[in-house]
Design a binder for this molecule. Sequence first.
Ligand code: F6P
Length: 529
Amino acid sequence: MALKAINPTQTAAWQKLQAHFELMKGQHMQALFAQDAERAQKMHIEWQDFLLDYSKNIATEQTLNLLQELASEVDLKSAIEQYFAGELINQTENRAVLHTALRSEQTEPILVDGQDIMPEIVAVKAKMREFAQSIISGAHKGYTGKAIQTVVNIGIGGSDLGPAMLNEALKFYKNHLSVHFISNIDGDHVLELLKTLDPETTLFVIVSKTFTTQETLTNAQTIRSWFLQHATEPEVAKHFVAVSTNLQKVQEFGIASENIFPMWDWVGGRFSLWSAVGLSICLAVGPDHFEALLQGANQMDQHFKNTPFEQNMPVVMALLSIWYNNFYGAETEAMIPYNQYLQKLVPYLQQGIMESNGKRVGRDGQAVNYQTGTIVWGEPGTNAQHAFFQLIHQGTKLIPTDFIGFKKPLYGNKEHHDKLMSNFFAQTEALLMGRPEAPGLSPFKVFTGNKPTNTLLIEKLTPSSVGALIALYEHKLFVQGIIWNIYSYDQWGVELGKVLANGILKDIQTKELAPHDASTTFLLKKYLG
Ligand code: F6P
């Protein structure tokens, strides 16, 4: 069954929210806290080792009730069921959206086109485990008989960002293998890395769902040619493996079928780190930690699927985000992990969130007449405090911000951790309370406060908690896409530029310019000298 197409602005809840917003827009959170001493007790969710405190939002119980009414009116509940059941909710590509199946522990079948996909998932996981063990143990030898020491992931977008993010996030759990990522088609990026590599001890993992991506194929060809300057064609098999849905194209590239790790078109690139796309992570942290990552995500899936909206973390976070985006007119949201291991979390989530919900046409095929998509950005704290926090505190824009922190440091350095976390708490307090005007206080030192934040306090950074954290944001964006009445799982918006780049490449190579707009023609002439 297709997802329902309900324009959210036509719902009764939206009208009520609009009226409610008129009352709320002049409200200061300080007053809301003053009115209700129990506010933090009421406006938080505890789930496993996660705590979400959402009391520092410009929202009351009534706001949340109305937002939940909106979720009910657009039939979020059925949409969640359709998502997990493998219905073709990526309708514009006629595909299911089943990254959740990759981490599912259920024994009942999950059907796609009448076929149970669980046995294939189990088989690929077993293949990943076996391969990872042979590389980590040194049983797998390179072409001169040496064990593999270095892994290079060649991929871009969803075939790079997830593994690259996790390689940082799970550094504490890593083994001896050093892992690198080549994504950009910028040859200087490739050649800089090649300078440092030893072909005898390096494994290349080519990751491309389609195996047609210009960047990945060009980079893979360059690296293969470099490898063949040192070794022979039959030795490629010991050093190159691929992850793709396009088995034929991988074989044409020269990778033997036993070295291919399949994935499926019901996994979106930006949600694919749970599949064999995560092979470099499975290698870096070992299969047990990789499995724990999947289990953590699966637990968040169960929470999302089975918890009433008012206690449901992804739902509450999505609804608050809609509140600011669609009623307050907030242009962006920030995300600040107080954890250096999570330095790549935001770039990773930018693809998930912005490629998914950057859509202007509703599920009814009509241009929407309201804002969709959230622009998300951020950097780890406390670095971010010394960079752009000024604008969040005293700028003219409303920037709802998620603060993500952990109770325990991994190496147990209490002095550092207490300092880190005191900043974490101080910032949300300052954003809430501000510093009011006072006699003798310079106007430049006044902070209005009333800047909304969510605080996610997690026990400890582990493969499992990172898995749950990523799944939390995956489901948040799903809920938002449902409410905005858009298709979150296609990405047609990235196609046009790719097509034009192919034409321009031909112009550059032949030095004969096809017709372009005047600016592009001018620039190409300058480039060609
Ligand atoms: O250009 C965007 C995109 O299609 C992403 O959605 C995807 O993650 C990336 O390119 C890489 O695609 P592939 O894995 O097919 O090489």
